[in-house]
Design a protein around this ligand. Structure first.
Ligand SMILES: NC(=O)c1ccc[n+]([C@@H]2O[C@H](COP(=O)([O-])OP(=O)(O)OC[C@H]3O[C@@H](n4cnc5c(N)ncnc54)[C@H](O)[C@@H]3O)[C@@H](O)[C@H]2O)c1
Length: 444
């Protein structure tokens, strides 16, 4: 099929590349000229595993190309994915729907033959009805709108697009359903992915409900971490033991500094706001509690660092490992790691930040911090080491604890992501602090 992807950010760029991989002819439309140029040169504008490989394979053949010209896309494609951003509005309550309304509003008058518009952005419940009115008013007859929310995990965007857990399509008619079946035909042909066809309002709620449930699970185990700190218990054992129950499960049950990034914080906030508007008061109370727990996590991490340093935070040199909001991405939007670095700096500490992929973004957005170009440089002479993003090279590389222990001034590790095995580290001479777990010290 000939398709377009409008908005080529963290969702749209991997989606465009994956659609080309499935065999479609794809044109990506991106407003930002520098992002557009980077993509057209066959490289990703951010780190996302597998993206460079797909761009490198399909841009040179012409099967995938990028432009800033929406008219070119309208003329070329029979199906248009909308993948523009939905940030929080200026008052921090609902979404700022400007990018979505602008994209559909600009595309509508350019559509001169029947086609399908497929929304992938995460939107407020009720958006489809609003966009249908725009298309009915400004486009030719026969333009269908489908809502096809995206569930990909950043850091696994390419893999999750090519091998999704499910595909959800909120459709208003049979033609729209046929278009969705055609564009995802190579995935559906494998026979292991369910296509869930529903009405548009249900598709909108499915996406918001999925993110809210994930956030709830994260906040639940983090609330248990708080309980364990006060009760002298070990939250890692609690998570393991309760997760064995199939009704609960282990996924998403790792305690730590809480959720961040470009999706969960804004999606939970915007859903809670919308639920308030439609009068779902108990659901609002649930989501506000989830947000409250999440907000408290940075505070809990600050307290742990203070405990490690026996209160002497001012002037302490901190090897600060990680800036990305999670491992696998260079994305620093709402990064709990950087929020913690900010808080520690405000207390007079000197965090020296290192991240294998997000350094450039962090340097640009937070020039106030000190940065190290290598892990060794960050560790040199540190009074405490904070593992702030769960990159495997910080926890799993054989020999890292012992080599790192030789570089730092004091082998004290604060692992706010609960990823290291304290046994390995204490054997190498470290004391290890994790949220909701007893402190582990080297054997005398
Ligand atoms: N990032 C994720 O992991 C993820 C996962 C699932 C869903 N989503 C949802 O996908 C949407 C996009 O998220 P993102 O993280 O990719 O945001 P992003 O900010 O990284 O990307 C949005 C891109 O759209 C471009 N854009 C805006 N208006 C445009 C227009 N009219 N024409 C062409 N380009 C335009 C922007 O320049 C930007 O590059 C959001 O609704 C988000 O909630 C994101």
């Amino acid at each position: 099929m000939r398709i377009s992807v409008i908005g080529c950010g963290h969702l749209g760029a991997p989606h465009a590349a994956a659609m080309a991989e499935l065999g479609h002819e794809v044109i990506g439309v991106e407003l930002d000229p520098s992002t557009c140029k980077t993509l057209q040169s066959g490289r990703g504008p951010f780190y996302e595993r597998g993206l460079d490989e797909l761009l490198g394979a399909h841009v040179p053949t012409g099967r995938l190309r990028f432009t800033g010209d929406l008219r070119e896309a309208a003329e070329f494609a029979d199906l248009h994915f909308i993948a523009v951003g939905t940030p929080l509005s200026a008052d921090g309550q609902g979404y700022d729907m400007g990018q979505v309304v602008d994209a559909v509003g600009s595309l509508a008058p350019l559509l001169t033959r029947p086609c399908t518009v497929v929304g992938k952005s995460t939107v407020t419940v009720g958006t489809v009805a609003r966009l249908e009115r725009i298309l009915a008013e400004h486009a030719v007859e026969g333009v269908d709108l489908v809502w096809n929310p995206e569930f990909l995990r950043e850091g696994h965007a390419v893999e999750d697009t090519l091998y999704p857990d499910r595909i959800v399509a909120g459709v208003s008619g049979a033609e729209a359903q046929k278009a969705i079946e055609a564009v995802y035909a190579p995935i559906l042909a494998r026979g292991d992915v369910e296509l869930i066809v529903t009405d548009p309002a249900t598709a909108e709620v499915i996406k918001s409900a999925a993110n809210s449930f994930l956030a709830t699970k994260i906040s639940f185990i983090n609330a248990m971490a708080e309980v364990c700190t006060l009760a002298g218990a070990d939250v890692r054992s609690v998570a393991h033991a309760i997760g064995i129950d199939h009704r609960i499960g282990h996924a998403g049950m790792r305690p730590g500094i809480g959720y961040g990034g470009g999706c969960l914080p804004k999606d939970v906030r915007a859903f809670a706001h919308r639920l308030g508007e439609i009068g779902a008061t108990r659901a609002v109370a649930l989501l506000e509690a989830v947000e409250g727990v999440n907000r408290g996590r940075v505070e809990a991490a600050v307290a742990l660092v203070e405990e490690t340093l026996e209160g002497r935070v001012a002037g302490a040199r901190i090897a600060f490992l990680g800036a990305a909001f999670k491992a696998g991405t260079s994305d620093i939007r709402n990064s709990p790691a950087l929020e913690l670095a900010d808080r520690l700096r405000a207390l007079g500490a000197q965090p020296v930040v290192y991240d294998p992929e997000a350094l450039e973004n962090a340097r640009r957005a937070h020039p106030e911090h000190s940065y190290a170009d290598t892990l060794d440089e960050a560790l040199a002479g540190a009074d405490v080491t904070v593992l702030a993003t769960e990159w495997p090279q910080f926890s799993k590389e054989p020999g890292l604890p012992a080599a790192a222990a030789r570089a730092v001034a004091a082998p004290r590790l604060v692992d706010i992501r609960t990823v290291v095995d304290p046994v390995d580290w204490t054997v190498a001479g470290w004391s290890v602090w994790q949220l909701g777990r007893p402190v582990r010290r080297p054997q005398a």
